[in-house]
Design a protein around this ligand. Sequence first.
Ligand SMILES: Cc1cc2nc3c(=O)[nH]c(=O)nc-3n(C[C@H](O)[C@H](O)[C@H](O)COP(=O)(O)OP(=O)(O)OC[C@H]3O[C@@H](n4cnc5c(N)ncnc54)[C@H](O)[C@@H]3O)c2cc1C
Length: 391
Amino acid sequence: MKFPKSPAPDVLIIGGGVIGASIAYHLSAKGVKNILVIEKGSGYGGGSTSKATGGFRAQFGSEINIKLSLLSRKKLLEFEDEHGISPGFLQYGYLFLAQNENELAKLKAANEIQVTCGLTEAEILTAGEIFKLNPHINTDVITGGSFCNTDGFISPMQILDGYIKSAKRNGVVFQNDTQVTGFDVLNGRIQSVTTTKGIINPGYAVNAAGAWAGKLAELAGLELPVKPLKRQVALISEKNILPVNLPMTIWVDNSFHFRMRDKQLILLMPEEPENKMPFNYDAESSWLKKVSAVAMDRIPAMRNCSIDTAGSWAGSYEMSPDEHVIIGKAPGIENFYLANGSSGHGVMHSPAIGQLLAEIITDGSASAINIHALRAERFAEGNPVKQIEFF
Ligand SMILES: Cc1cc2nc3c(=O)[nH]c(=O)nc-3n(C[C@H](O)[C@H](O)[C@H](O)COP(=O)(O)OP(=O)(O)OC[C@H]3O[C@@H](n4cnc5c(N)ncnc54)[C@H](O)[C@@H]3O)c2cc1C
C-alpha cells in the first residue's frame, strides 16, 4: 500500500532493527509525538538483530564501550518493569582465556580500564580458578584469564519486541515493506525522502540501517565508513551436552568462543568468509569444518558431537573503522542523525544508544554519558577511538 499523501513525521527512523526501535521508544518517552519507523523487510529485526547470538559484556578495551555497556546494563535490569517483556538477561558471565603472558597482559591492561570505569567485579583469574568456573574446557595451555560475573546473555528479539510494543503504545507508527531509495538534500538539509511507497517529508531523519547504513548514507551524498562483515555461527546437533549456565568462554588467540543457547551449544570464530558477497548468509562448509576442529581440541565434550549444518547460520556485523558506534548528527546535513557501526555490539548497546540519540535529538546533546569520542567526524579528524584489542 502506498502512502495516501506524503507523510511529514517530526522524526523518520530508517531501519526497524533493535537500534531503530530503541531510538523510536526513547524519543517517544521524551514526548516526541510524530515518529515514523520504516523498514524494508516484511517484518522487524530481520536484518542483523535476529542473527545475533545475544552476548552481553562490559569487559571491553575502551572506556567508552565500557560506559555504553554499564548504561545498557542498568537499563536491561529495569527493562521488564519498563516494557512488561523480559530482555532474557542471564548474568552467567564472560570468561576470556589467555594462553601466554602476552595475551594475559592485554587482558590485565583492559581490566585496569574496566575497574577504573566502575566495573569492579571484573577480575583476573589463574588457570586453576578458570577450571573451577568452567571445567568443560581443555586447560592444558591456559595461562590465566579474565572474568566478569555481571556479563552474560540477552535475548535480541525480546528486546526488539519490548521496544516496539512500548513505542507503539506511545503512538509511534511502524511501517514495513518500505525501502528508502533516495534523499533530496538541499542547503545541508534533507527536504524529502523517497521510498518504495512514496515521498516522505520528515523534520529529522535517522539512519538506523545497520549493516546497510553506509549504502543508505550514500543516497544522501554522505560518506559513512560502515561496512557489512559476514559472521558465522555453528550449531551443535546434540542437546544438553554442557550445563546451560556456563559463561561465554572466549580464547584470546583466535577469538574462538562458545556458549549454550536454548540447550544447544553454539560456536563462533571470526574468519574471512570464502564467499565475498557481503550479504551472503550461508554457513560455509569450510568454516564449519575449521570451527569444529578447534572446538574438538578445546571442548572435550565436542568429540562425540556433530554440527547441525542446516541450523547453523550467518549474518552481518556493521563495522566502523575503529569498531565503535558512530552516534550523533551527520556531518554537513543538519537534520540527519546517525546510530551506526556498533561493530557486532549493537544489541547489547541498543538500550544506551536509543537513550543517547534521543537526548541528542531533543536536547542538543547527550547527558547520560559524554559521547564526544563517538562523533562521526573522528575519522576525518584522524582521531579514532583507541582500545586494548583482545577480542
Ligand atoms: C552472527 C552474529 C552474532 C552477533 N552477536 C551479537 C551479540 O552477541 N551481541 C550483540 O550485542 N550484537 C551481536 N551482533 C550484532 C548485532 O546483531 C547488531 O549490532 C545489531 O543487530 C544492529 O542492530 P541494527 O538495528 O542497527 O541493525 P539491523 O537489525 O540490521 O536493522 C537495520 C534494519 O534496517 C533495514 N534497512 C536497511 N536499509 C534500509 C532502507 N534503505 N530502507 C528501509 N529499511 C532499511 C534493514 O532491513 C534492517 O532490518 C551479532 C551479529 C551477527 C551477525
